[in-house]
Design a protein around this ligand. Structure first.
Ligand code: FES
Length: 165
């Protein structure tokens, strides 16, 4: 695609940043826009935002870590959300979360598997408490789950690897 900046920002994104650079609340708006375009806000993108707006990089990082909404890692091809709202939590949501993280081999602080296939994040109530505990994968809802079902769900989405006996 033509018209991209060093960090991969599109011309539209740069125009948006220029338009917002001196308005109040601009940093949040700009970071939202970056995440909308790139799916996350990389370190390089944060640096680019700092440069284009004149806002100190430390402040950009500060805002990103304060608002958990901003993702700093590239999301996986498949996105899993595990509900840790009250109803799901009480029915073992945390176990599902831990199990999924362990199957994907995620280390502390990581949200995306090393093969880029999955990312996983805890979410608040998604409005299906009657089905608790609930997870979603790419927006598809799975309810009344037990820990042992997580592997099967992950395998369903994983890009098949040909294995012969
Ligand atoms: S608490 Fe999980 S869907 Fe409501």
């Amino acid at each position: 695609m033509s018209g991209t900046h060093a960090s991969g920002f599109s011309r539209e994104l740069i125009a948006f940043i220029n338009e917002w650079r001196s308005k109040p609340g601009n940093l949040i708006m700009i970071l939202h826009k970056v995440q909308e375009e790139q799916g996350f806000v990389s370190k390089e993108a944060a640096g680019e935002v700092a440069e284009l707006t004149g806002i100190p990089l430390a402040k950009v990082f500060g805002v990103m870590s304060f608002y958990h909404f901003f993702k700093t890692e590239k999301p996986g091809k498949n996105r899993m959300s595990v509900c840790l709202g009250t109803a799901c939590y009480l029915k073992g949501g945390q176990d599902l979360y831990d199990e999924a993280r362990s199957i994907l081999g995620l280390k502390e602080g990581e949200i995306t598997s090393s093969d880029g296939e999955f990312s996983i994040e805890p979410v608040r109530c998604i409005g299906c408490c009657g089905l608790s505990p609930v997870i979603t994968v790419n927006g598809e809802v799975y309810g009344k789950l037990v820990k042992s079902q997580i592997k099967g769900i992950i395998d369903k989405y994983r890009t098949p690897v040909r294995a012969t006996a």
